[in-house]
Design a protein around this ligand. Structure first.
Ligand code: ATP
Ligand code: MG
Length: 328
């Protein structure tokens, strides 16, 4: 049985990185899996400070974006993480199965805590809650961007440890990471990944952003002092990132683009990229506006949570039985 699970945090406005690394895969995978479950991971979002009103608004917005990108609620369950209490419960049980040393090796924690005066414990245990999300649903495949690979490896380690100690309980999940487009880089600093919660707005393009706004960001995107259009992620991360975006949005190979733009300046490449993106993003934005029916959205979210809860309750009971908790 092939079951897909993934989630996105309502921690900011979703970016084209989230789209190319995650949402796009969610849509493709829902067709060839036996079931697919897509979550809005609000419990993860509070590992960094969130404004309550914004958190509430964005949680629904992420669900609406799932739909606008093409996730079909008759094929996939869409729900909000905090609506299924078992996430927090299994999260705790798995914290007691995770070593400090392995949690300490997680690079996302290092990146997100770097230079911050106050970091909460939840940011440190974030990957364990993510392991709970995935293991709750016996997910076989987890579509994510490249930055989450390490967390899936930790999930597998925790699940294997649990199974060895308490008997077969969890399905061991596989990460599903695209070969190309799994790591879209920040426009202002192309050696870092693009993130929806990064401080500098100019570093990212939101999926719902106006073309006039993202045009400025692309025209200002950091490149290099050469004037040669060539794909070389190590020496030319900025230009390579633009070529990646172009290739994915225009469905044209990088090789063909490099040939076509031979001898032309970065400005021309950027201008054409804006045009290609305007078309593709416009279609998603139009669908997003059409889907602006909160009653219908809440109905879908409730239905998704009911479907998810049914599976999650069974898993938690299985885990508690295996660990020796009393059930009456
Ligand atoms: P935050 O800055 O709050 O962590 P984020 O942009 O990293 O936000 P997440 O909600 O953490 O987004 O991740 C959602 C999904 O998008 C994950 O599967 C993640 O791997 C993927 N993703 C995030 N950033 C990128 C990126 N730059 N390129 C490709 N995939 C990405
Ligand atoms: Mg992230």
């Amino acid at each position: 049985m092939k079951r897909i699970f993934s989630g996105v945090q309502p921690s900011g406005n979703p970016t084209i990185g989230n789209y190319l690394g995650a949402f796009k895969q969610f849509v493709e995978l829902q067709h060839d899996a036996d079931s697919a479950i897509y979550c809005v991971v609000d419990l993860h979002a509070i590992t960094v400070p969130q404004d309550p009103a914004k958190l509430r608004k964005r949680s629904r917005e992420i669900a609406q974006i799932y739909l606008a990108c093409g996730v079909d609620p008759s094929k996939a369950s869409i729900f909000i993480q905090s609506h299924v209490k078992e996430h927090a419960e299994l999260g705790w049980l798995l914290q007691c199965m995770t070593y400090m040393g392995e949690a300490n090796r997680m690079t996302q924690y290092k990146d997100k805590s770097e230079g911050k005066a106050n970091v909460n414990v939840g940011l440190f245990t974030y990957p364990v809650l993510m392991a709970a999300d995935i293991l709750l649903y016996d997910a076989t495949h987890v579509p994510v961007g490249d930055d989450q690979k390490q967390h899936i490896e930790l999930t597998r380690d925790i699940a294997e440890r649990f199974n060895n100690r308490f008997g077969e309980t969890f399905v061991i999940p596989e990460p599903q990471i695209q070969e190309f487009g799994a790591r879209i880089m920040a426009l202002d600093e192309p050696t870092k990944k693009m993130s929806k919660s990064a401080e500098n707005e100019g570093s990212r393009i939101a999926l719902l952003e106006d073309p006039a706004v993202f045009k400025k960001k692309i025209m200002r995107a950091v490149t290099d002092t050469e004037n040669e259009i060539r794909f070389d992620e190590e020496n030319k991360p900025g230009v390579s990132n633009l070529l990646t975006l172009y290739s994915l949005y225009a469905d044209e190979s990088v090789e063909s683009l490099v040939n076509r733009y031979q001898g032309q300046g970065y400005g021309t490449l950027k201008k054409d990229l804006v045009e290609v993106m305007t078309d593709k993003m416009g279609a998603i934005q139009k669908r997003f506006r059409e889907l602006d029916d909160q009653t219908e959205l809440d109905r879908i979210l409730k239905q998704g949570a009911d479907q998810a809860r049914e599976i999650a309750e069974k898993t938690v009971n299985r885990v508690k039985d295996a660990m020796g908790f009393v059930r009456i």
